[in-house]
Design a protein around this ligand. Sequence first.
Ligand SMILES: O=C(O)C(=O)/C=C/C=C/O
Length: 499
Amino acid sequence: MTAETGRWIRNFVDGRFVDPDDGDGDGRAGHRGFDATDPATGLVHARVHEADEALVDRAVTAARRALREGWADTAVRERTELLRRAADRIEERFDEFVAAEIADTGKPVTQARELDVARAVANFRAFADVVAAAGQESFLTDLAGGRRALNYAVRKPLGVVAVVVPWNLPLLLLTWKVAPALACGNAVVVKPSEETPGTAALLAEVLAEVGLPAGVYNVVHGFGGGSAGGYLTAHPGIDGVTFTGSSATGAQVMRTVAPRVRPVSFELGGKNAAVVFDDVDVDEAVTGLSRSVFANTGQVCLCTERVYVQRSVFDDIAGGLVERAGRLRLGDPLSEETTTGPLISHAHRDKVLGYFDLAEQAGATVLTGGQVPRLGADLDGGSWIEPTLWTGLTNADRVVREEIFGPVAALIPFDTEEEAIGLANDTDYGLAASVWTNDLRRGHRVAQAMNVGMAWVNTWFLRDLRSPFGGVGLSGLGREGGESSLHFYTEPTNVCVQL
Ligand SMILES: O=C(O)C(=O)/C=C/C=C/O
């Protein structure tokens, strides 16, 4: 069975796409499949072949074989040159990646171009640079009696890495993990979100085109437990798991790999705060804040959902944010004028609308939004929602404590710096924060006081790919980025030589 378009998005195992009609080559035709839906219209745009346990096993087996047959021992230069060719090839096929990402997410073409696909190219180049420049740790050890020893560490690939990635920034996050994993000599089995299978499959074509050996990069489509994601993370042939997604799923992955004590790298949920002091340039702060709340329709783990504003500028900031929300253009993802796409699915929209109801029950004032917009034409079948801002809430309210993952934020006043730090840190999460002030020392001081992995001052989501990226608390385990990625994707052996 295929979607109206007749297009299958297929699994990629051991260097080739698996034909859904003959399943995984065992002759059983008509393997399970599920629809790929365009969130902008609600229309099915493809059929996705769901990998069963046998196919996941074949993928892991192929990855292990690829390691044994030489990939793990390839020269660093060979691997980094391959990454650079992949970056170049993504650039050559740039528009195909943009189209595939939009088909799966409904995000505006301007964002898909400037963020999602651009960052995929940057990720491959950044990790080619990092691995090419990486040294090894070594120490000359002085011993009693003038003797000496030499200690040095050699880093080897972790092995076969399960890469489980989410639907909000599919290609950006996939390549954020795959680039360093491959650069370090690992093989990967990728399980993209069931919502966004397209670009992971397209990347398989590109990696094959630039000469990546069969079995080094594999893609299995499906869901979590009882489907490809569960089969993959539970597979005994997996040496580690890198996962970006919800904290609950992260905890489940941890339980799954615990018996085999496998390393995990998690970038999970967030309930990120912005702290705005009264010395800001209001227009400049509102520009950055509105981007941090509404980017990708609020579907970025780093997005701001709590805005704490010093009382004397509260009304100015609130008014500025309402005005910016009014300027957002929801609509056809392919239009250059569109600034804001839909949520990823009707199910996710229902979840966000549930929080809208909770906010009203908690007595929130809706400054703007709060409804499902009517966009007309074929868009009303999509998962659209209005950018929304609330006041009248406190840190005690569920909508201020739980991650909503939509274009929505609560604005809460504060008086003193100490109070603001207390409010911002009053959360079980700890991914990101932003501090807005023109007082240099206060900016550094408050940013360092945030219990988060990443704190921005007078900006947001400005990224140096060499810096450590990740969260604390429910927001994750470990860091990726620059050297931090090398530490996760390799295992050091320390050699000590008596001289
Ligand atoms: O910018 C990055 O490297 C990154 O990992 C962003 C993650 C956003 C998650 O929603």
